[in-house]
Design a binder for this molecule. Structure first.
Ligand SMILES: *Cc1c(COP(=O)(O)O)cnc(C)c1O
Length: 363
């Protein structure tokens, strides 16, 4: 049996996404208790307590299928952000949305454009459908929109923009994005990935969901995994023209978002208090971490996320290993082409101070 020849061409060469190391792994491997995980940009304050309370009540009805159209969650999003319900698509995390988009628009003959040092899931999704990846060199670790525009080919159907970007935290102003969108052929889909929207200097009034009326080729995705603290539930959504949403919903599995996640998201969306507390803590703690890191001689990339990527002379992998032995899990950036950087999520005050303390004691 020649499995390699049977498997879709794009998938043969795929390297699976490498998630942040789970705390349990470190505890098992090195016998370390109370490990600190700052590897996956999760909200260290946890999920909205109101959401968890609501989810408990749903547990007893989990013998039923979830609402396949996610109608209640869509109504809540639609009310909060004043966006037409038919423009929404709900995903099992926003990664799910990235997948529907690539499957909806790309085939073997097509290409997709994204930036160097952008989210690792973009090339994976593009390769999985056998399409061509066009990676555009970054500018100061961020997206070079001019370069991206110039690298569009005749077969380009999709452009990814992560704003803020992960893992660099770089940010494009809404005006820069607007200008870019005006210059791009409307026959190319642009996915604006706003997983870190709430942490950034975007304001709710530049929610920009209105942008979709001016740019019928635009899709904006959001996640409940980061500021909303629901990463384990897997839930996210996108806003696009009704026409695009209709196609995405054809590709979407009928019950992609489970009933617990739907309930958690509905409630978390309106728990302003928890969201604000999370944003404030991130703002204050990020500044403390950056100051501490720079004092220790680490150079931080300016960031609008809930994470900081910083350069380390000993190399990311070696710093990663040293911190693991101290019970702290950060994230190496080799797969992002940044072997001399490492990324930390902004944690709770005590976690951040332990990180700075351990760093200051490293040989
Ligand atoms: C974390 C992240 C996501 C969100 O993923 P989910 O599937 O919603 O958990 C999307 N885009 C970027 C750039 C991210 O870093």
């Amino acid at each position: 049996m020649d499995l390699k020849n049977l498997v879709n061409k794009g998938i043969v060469g795929l390297n699976p996404y490498k998630p942040g190391k789970p705390v349990e792994d470190l505890e098992r491997e090195l016998g370390i208790k109370n490990a600190i995980k700052l590897a996956s940009n999760e909200n260290p304050m946890g999920p909205s307590p109101l959401a968890i309370e609501a989810v408990r009540k749903v547990l007893n009805s989990t013998h039923r299928y979830p609402d396949g159209n996610a109608l209640r969650l869509k109504e809540k999003i639609s009310q909060k952000f004043k966006v037409n319900l038919n423009c929404l698509t709900v995903g099992n995390g926003s990664n799910d949305i990235i997948e529907f988009i690539t499957r909806t628009f790309l085939s073997v003959a097509d290409s997709a454009v994204f930036s160097e040092h952008a989210f690792a899931v973009y090339p994976l999704a593009v390769q999985a459908v056998g399409a061509e990846c066009i990676e555009v060199p970054a500018k100061e670790f961020g997206h070079d929109l001019e370069g991206m525009k110039n690298s569009i080919k005749d077969n380009t159907k999709l452009i990814f923009i992560a704003n803020p970007n992960n893992p660099t935290g770089t940010f494009l102003n809404p005006e820069e994005i607007d200008t870019f969108l005006k210059e791009i052929d409307k026959n190319i889909i642009v996915l604006l990935d706003q997983a870190y929207f709430d942490y950034s200097s975007y304001k709710n009034e530049d929610v920009n969901f209105n942008l979709i009326s001016n740019h019928p080729n635009l899709i904006i995705s959001r996640s409940f995994s980061k500021a909303y603290g629901l990463a384990g539930f897997r839930i996210g959504y996108s806003v696009s023209s009704e026409e695009i949403a209709d196609y995405l919903n054809r590709v979407r599995q009928p019950f992609n978002a489970n009933s617990l996640a739907l309930m958690a998201a509905e409630v978390a969306l309106y728990d302003e208090e928890h969201l604000l507390k999370s944003m404030e803590m991130n703002f204050v703690q990020k500044a403390i971490l950056i100051e501490g890191l720079e004092e220790l001689g680490y150079e931080c990339i300016p960031t609008e996320g809930n994470f900081i990527s910083f350069s380390c002379k000993q190399g990311g992998e070696s710093l990663f290993e040293a911190l693991l032995r101290e019970g702290i899990i950060l994230r190496t950036l080799d797969v992002y082409g940044m072997p001399n950087h490492i990324r930390t999520t902004v944690g709770l005050p005590e976690e951040n101070s332990i990180l700075l303390d351990k760093l200051s004691r490293l040989p």
